[in-house]
Design a protein around this ligand. Structure first.
Ligand code: IVH
Length: 662
């Protein structure tokens, strides 16, 4: 047999064997046979690299190292569902659905605890994969996704299709990855979700390959194009195409009591599953019904995510330590022996404020229950008073700041250090500046920042950008070497190129979180524009309310902050929004202000995105400055206001015409 045929045959054998093993749960060859085929293929491909196919299983080991991840714009926005937490909310959801759909049928699926991914196949071959990102644009992770053994490189049919599913790390691989981390003296992953997210975002796909991730498929964004009539058929079709689905656990039901029964059953077996799940996803099964229900401005109305209650774990309170936040707020923190909570190892939890401790009569030595609050920071929920020992020690509130010794003041339930110059505040702000969602400067643990602060190297955030001047000195500091300082300075240098929203978030403007920073950056495009923004205009932006608008105006009215921005500019820190390129050719849309109201055939966010990509601003309230109001079905008071202000009204057809006039 000629070489080419043999290579083709081996690839087909191995891919078929994987399909039978992972998808059908029905292995047909032994591990030894698999290894023999694989090794034969590997050596043939080494000798004849020109014959290597795109869908060869040997591609799963990873390849060259990337400089960065390219951005990918999703063809269909990647939305997620609203979360609900109890039976009552399930009943409400069902009632809402029943207002539009007579006898709804639902699919119930385990809610996988990983991160969602979008996979694009052309002619049956995997050509692109992307993370969700902000739902509109994600990152290109094609190289990394190919290393996942449960991602088919070729489908059983030569079709073009986009498939969504969850990228996750099994409990077993998570244990293994952490053993490896411990061996290398590295920080362990907090939980399998973080481990999966960290592993799929490796520039070196060989590292991803070692982490042994998995993929479960659960969604096709345009099922009607494949003749599918229900979500359940989509799931079956995905399995036929070669994807692993949760076929043993996915279920069809048609009333609330069956939903609740399913949730109960699943919570019982949850611990025994090989992967973490954090709830149940409910989807209206019939795709025509889905269409009828449509979307709100943010989320589908045809589905919802029920989240299991957070796990509560008991531990003994050893000590309480007070920390000072960026605003000077004092937080008591519970210190205890490490315990696993929802898959993460934790040894600290917030006690919120002293009133909270007093209300619950929390004492050192008590048995307390810990739970993850809002998914990240754990909190102490309850004291087990029946298990209190005689020698438990009541908590005493501190009177002075643990950092600068200033007398604390009390505002409502919280204590504050009123000293603007309190080093703890500065240090917290510096730490915040370097965080992953802010300027993402790697290599600075909290300790290093505290040391650099105390040694006077970094007092304000712009000092990061002058740190290179002390390179030789820094290299001689204990715990640092040529390489680690080099890495640190490189990471600082790279952060200068961040898009505006990161800088805005990093500056720690009150109430300007990650999401708000993005909204402001997209709207104003440059720091200078934002500095000039007035309160009224800020308030008219979708999702910006009075509190944020006031806080932004106050921040930029403060001379001290303007000087800081000037210093950052002098250090060449980027002050522009680097998001999607805006096409300004369409004069009818560019620089115009739009308001959208009523139900349209597409999600509002999608229309907003299109308008913004053509240079328009989309705001939430109709004012004299509004140029157009796009009106869908059942418009509200915005429509009346537009009429009264004589503002041009567009229906969906007019809108489509307008955006196509370039
Ligand atoms: S369907 C429009 N199905 O949970 C939403 N999502 O809010 C389409 N997830 O971000 C997603 N298991 O990452 C879907 N069986 C499942 C899922 C699932 C986990 C995640 C997904 C999404 C979020 C849902």
């Amino acid at each position: 047999m000629d070489i080419k045929n043999r290579i083709n045959e081996l690839i087909d054998y191995i891919n078929k064997a994987s399909y039978e093993y992972y998808v059908l749960d029905n292995p047909t060859i032994t591990d030894q046979e698999y290894d023999d085929y694989y090794n034969e293929l590997l050596s043939l491909e080494e000798k004849y690299p020109e014959l290597k196919r795109e869908d060869s299983p040997t591609n799963r080991v990873g390849g060259e190292v990337l400089d960065k991840f390219e951005k990918v714009t999703h063809v269909h926005p990647m939305l997620s569902f609203d979360d609900i937490f109890n039976e009552e909310e399930i009943i409400l959801f069902d009632e809402r659905v029943r207002k539009t759909i007579k006898n709804p049928c639902y699919t119930l699926e385990p809610k996988m605890d990983g991160l969602s991914g979008s996979l694009i196949y052309e002619n049956g071959v995997l050509v692109k994969a992307a993370t969700r990102g902000d739902g509109i644009t994600g990152e290109d992770i094609t190289k990394n996704i190919k290393t996942i053994k449960t991602v088919p490189l070729r489908l059983t049919q030569n079709i073009d299709i986009e498939v969504r599913g969850e990228i996750y790390m099994s409990k077993l691989s998570f244990e293994k990855a952490n053993i490896e981390k411990r061996k290398n003296n590295e920080n362990e992953f907090a939980n399998p979700r973080n481990a999966a997210a960290g592993s799929i975002r490796q520039l070196d796909s060989k590292i991803t390959a070692k982490r042994d991730l998995d993929f479960i498929a659960y969604f096709i964004p345009n099922p009607e194009d494949y003749g599918l009539k229900t979500q359940f058929e989509s799931l079956e079709y995905l399995r036929k195409l070669g994807f692993v689905t949760n076929y043993k656990l996915n279920k069809k039901v048609d009333n609330v009591s069956e939903i609740i029964e399913y949730i109960d059953d699943l919570s019982k077996i949850r611990k025994d599953l090989p992967y973490n799940i954090d709830g149940v996803v409910l989807k209206v099964n019939n795709l025509d019904d889905e269409k009828k229900l449509g979307f709100t401005s943010r989320v589908p109305r045809w589905g919802i995510a029920y989240k299991f209650p957070a796990e509560e774990v008991l531990t003994t309170l050893k000590d309480v330590k007070f920390t000072v936040g960026r605003t000077g707020k004092i937080t008591p923190n519970a210190i205890f022996s490490p315990v696993h909570v929802d898959g993460s190892l934790v040894s600290k939890a917030t006690l919120h404020n002293y009133d909270y401790c007093k209300d619950k009569d929390i004492r050192i030595g008590d048995v307390v229950s810990i739970r993850k609050a809002g998914d990240v920071i754990p909190e102490v929920v309850e004291v087990k008073l029946d298990r209190r020992k005689e020698d438990s020690i009541p908590l005493k509130m501190i009177t002075n700041c643990p950092f600068c010794n200033t007398l604390l003041i009390k505002k409502d339930a919280n204590h504050f250090c009123p000293n603007d110059k309190c080093p703890a505040r500065d240090i917290e702000s510096l730490i915040h500046f370097t965080q992953r969602d802010a300027m993402y400067i790697e290599g600075f643990g909290d300790r290093i920042i505290e040391d650099f602060y105390n040694m006077n190297y970094i007092r304000n955030v712009d000092d990061f950008y002058n740190l290179h001047k002390y390179k030789d000195e820094l290299k001689t500091l204990e715990g640092f070497g040529e390489k680690s300082i080099e890495n640190l300075l490189n990471s600082i240098e790279n952060s200068k190129n961040n898009s505006l929203e990161r800088l805005l978030f990093a500056l720690g403007i009150r109430y300007v979180g990650k999401k708000t920073a993005k909204i402001l950056s997209k709207y104003y495009k440059t720091m200078d524009n934002l500095i000039k923004a007035d309160y009224e205009e800020l308030k008219s932006i979708d999702e910006i309310g009075e509190t944020i608008a006031k806080s932004v105006v106050d921040y930029f009215n403060d001379e001290k902050n303007l000087k800081l921005i000037d210093r950052l500019k002098k250090c060449n820190v980027n002050m522009r929004y680097l998001g999607k390129e805006v096409n300004t050719n369409n004069d009818l849309v560019n620089s115009k202000t739009f308001v959208i109201t009523g139900t349209l055939s597409k999600p509002r966010d999608e229309i907003k995105e299109v308008l913004e990509s053509l240079g328009a601003n989309v705001t939430s309230s109709v004012t004299k400055k509004t140029d157009y109001v796009i009106v869908g079905e059942n418009p509200g008071s915005k429509y009346d206001k537009a009429i009264s202000l004589n503002i041009k009204i567009l229906n969906e057809e007019d809108y489509n015409k307008l955006i196509n006039k370039s």
